[in-house]
Design a protein around this ligand. Structure first.
Ligand SMILES: *Cc1c(COP(=O)(O)O)cnc(C)c1O
Length: 396
């Protein structure tokens, strides 16, 4: 019999979410997550994926994934430390290290569990972590899991970071101290001030951890935010995901050999959760190969995002201060934002509304993610819809 406590808890909480308009209905995509997606039988221009370079549906990746399945099967068969480490994993990790300009790299089953794994493998209750207030949920959870003291830093406020770093060091309370930040912040598309962050870290001998989920494949000729600023030798943890620009699934840390060796013996998802599948690993390796040999896809991504940004701005939308392809349309009011996204959808554009608690109250926005796979015609069509719906709802 089902627990009455559970039934009561669930119905109360679900009803509360629904009455506040915060219950998220999930629309399944019928087919591939490309620049055009089919949802409820309707074809829509897709401005909501993280598939920056279009690699999720790239034929070259599909081919190597298919081949890996035929030679290595569909599953790795074990956790990495028993006998789930296939030759394909090592090849991927060598490639990742080369891509990031580090001695070594380690892969995980997702970016989310990579943050949980890596932060908690190194930090403990005698340590402190200086964490930007807009850091991703997986960073926050990784920090919590480590039991280190979490010191929240105002977003990209270098004065605040320096003061809090100094205070933490001078308190003498902490064994180790780490600064952790997103490389690119996913809601506004702004880039972390890594040169200043690294200077502060070196001044006080702090560790640095950059989660570059939205920077890899996008900035620094594809190698990410750390490379963009030329800081490969000055950042301890270059964390990234294989699920966004790389187009597959998985997470990784690139860094010094000792760090990676430690993570291989100490991080729990590496020891206790089955390794990435052969197809994931082969496709990711191919994607990184493509990124390392050509900037064609990155160039197309930036060309498309400049085009979309210019178009939206000319129509009179507030697109914030993004420095990357992430293109928010900031409306502010939560209800208006949801209504706008719904009308865009009805007119053929899939762009998700993002409201509190993902962004602060009064900062609701529709977030657009242009990719290298969009054609100019698709973007023009999207802009026509934006203009029509924007005027209809009195936004522009
Ligand atoms: C998406 C994201 C992650 C999680 O990556 P997954 O591979 O999807 O689990 C981690 N950090 C940041 C900053 C992200 O944007």
């Amino acid at each position: 019999m089902t627990s009455k406590k559970l039934t009561g808890f669930l119905s109360e909480r679900l009803d509360a979410l629904k009455s506040q308009g915060l219950y998220n209905e999930i629309d399944p995509v019928e087919g591939a997550n490309g620049p055009i997606i089919k949802v409820n039988g309707r074809e829509l221009i897709n401005l909501s994926s993280n598939n920056y370079l279009g690699l999720a549906t790239d034929d070259r990746l599909k081919q190597v994934a298919t081949k890996a399945i035929s030679t290595h099967g569909v599953g790795a068969g074990a956790v990495r430390t028993i006998n789930g480490t296939l030759d394909l994993h090592l090849k991927l990790e060598e490639k990742l290290a080369e891509f990031k300009g580090t001695e070594a790299a380690i892969s995980y089953q997702s970016g989310f569990n990579c943050n949980m794994a890596a932060i908690s493998a190194v930090m403990d209750k005698n340590d402190a972590i200086l964490s930007d207030e807009l850091n991703h949920a997986s960073i926050i959870d990784g920090c919590r899991l480590s039991k280190a003291k979490i010191i929240r830093v105002n977003h990209s406020d270098m004065e605040d970071l320096r003061q809090k770093a100094k205070a933490a060091v001078e308190s003498g309370q902490y064994n180790k101290i780490m600064i952790i930040t997103d490389g690119v912040f996913s809601m506004d598309g702004d880039v972390a001030k890594l040169p200043e962050i690294v200077d502060i870290a070196e001044e006080f001998d702090l560790m640095t951890y950059v989660d570059d989920a939205h920077g890899s494949g996008v900035l620094g000729n594809g190698a990410g935010t750390v490379k963009h600023f030329g800081l490969q030798d000055r950042v301890d943890f270059q964390m990234g995901t294989l699920s966004k620009a790389i187009g597959v699934v998985g997470g990784y840390v690139a860094g010094k050999r000792d760090l990676i060796d430690w993570l291989k013996v100490q991080s729990r998802p590496f020891l206790f959760s089955t390794a990435l599948t052969p197809a994931d690993v082969a496709a990711s390796t191919e994607a990184i190969d493509i990124l390392m040999t050509s900037t064609e896809l990155q160039n197309k991504l930036w060309e498309n995002s400049d085009y979309l940004k210019k178009g939206l701005q000319q129509l009179g939308f507030d697109i914030g201060k993004s420095e990357t392809p992430i293109t928010p349309c900031i409306l502010g009011d939560e209800k208006a934002t949801q209504q706008f996204s719904k009308r865009l959808n009805e007119e053929g554009v899939y762009a998700k509304s993002i409201v509190f608690p993902t962004v602060p109250k009064g900062k609701g926005r529709v977030r657009n993610m242009p990719t290298a796979a969009h054609t100019k015609e698709m973007l023009d069509q999207a802009l026509v819809v934006y203009e029509r719906v924007g005027k209809e709802l009195g936004i522009i």
